[in-house]
Design a protein around this ligand. Sequence first.
Ligand SMILES: Nc1ncnc2c1ncn2[C@@H]1O[C@H](COP(=O)(O)OP(=O)(O)OP(=O)(O)O)[C@@H](O)[C@H]1O
Ligand SMILES: [Mg+2]
Length: 337
Amino acid sequence: MVEVQHVTKRYGSLTAVDDISFRVERGEILGFLGPNGAGKTTTMRILTGFLPATEGQARIAGFDVFEQPMEAKRRTGYLPETPPLYPEMTVAEYLRFVARINGMPPGDRRTQVGVAMERTKISDMADRYCGKLSKGYRQRVGLAQAILHNPDVLILDEPTAGLDPRQIIETRRLIAELAGDHTVILSTHILPEVSQTCQRVVIINRGRVVAIDTPDNLTARLQGSQTLYLQIDAQGAEALATLEGVDGVASVTCVDEHDGIGGYEIESRQGDDVRRELSRTVVTSGWGLLELRPRQMSLEDIFLQLTTEEAPTEAVHPGMVTPGDEADVTVEDRVDE
Ligand SMILES: Nc1ncnc2c1ncn2[C@@H]1O[C@H](COP(=O)(O)OP(=O)(O)OP(=O)(O)O)[C@@H](O)[C@H]1O
Ligand SMILES: [Mg+2]
């Protein structure tokens, strides 16, 4: 449904996106994860035809976004980082305006606007001026305009940024509902969001793809051999030596000692499940077994491991804070609150 092949974007001497390739299948939700300035927005703007790539190809539903922009755009809904609202229009007027410029037949506009407002839960804001909306509602109106023409592909740049916790849950639910017959690409910095919402994750760092996989596979692959955490009421060299002697155990590190209780991190050899042997040894040694659990590497650990290998070479990241956007948000917020 979405195909990105060797896309590169250079701004002068800065390579913002560096030879990125990935595919997204119909109905899939793909998470685009990366630190500030990684190139998420740049990639999304290329996919939606707002920005030409320096090199490479991108296709939406088989249509090349550079060579067949109208066909590609018709099938794409885009929520930009800052939703492009007209402050002097009401929400309903704005959405009808978007429907009109998208070429929606006049007879369908009112119904489709109603459906989009219903789905994004903004019907009660229909007559509010866009310029007077809070950030969360602006975000939802942005989402409504993205789904208005029922596109095959939704490209959402940080859809939950600035929302309150309840809205975040509602937006995630909405995105999950929209997937299925839509294909969704969403960018985020929020790691739990990716594991909760997305089937696959592309992690990008400094313009390059550093991993593409399911959240579960990423965790498993990077974890390698399994680490267990064991807590017993025994400490010292004897306990350590006994644990090290258990079949399949590669190494034991004492990570905690207090009040006669010892906490150990136990690395097993690849493929070995040492839990039974370990618990048996603890019990036959006459110790109390207080805790035994896998110490899983979180998505956060993986993300840090993949994205902090070297210090960034760029001294400045002008894309991280766009002065225009900042000023815009501040002024509108002041009018609103
Ligand atoms: N118009 C531009 N001119 C020059 N450099 C740019 C421009 N837009 C973005 N960049 C640079 O390209 C790189 C990628 O920026 P991009 O906005 O795509 O990152 P991002 O992953 O979306 O970051 P964030 O999480 O902060 O939104 C950054 O180094 C940024 O400074
Ligand atoms: Mg961005």
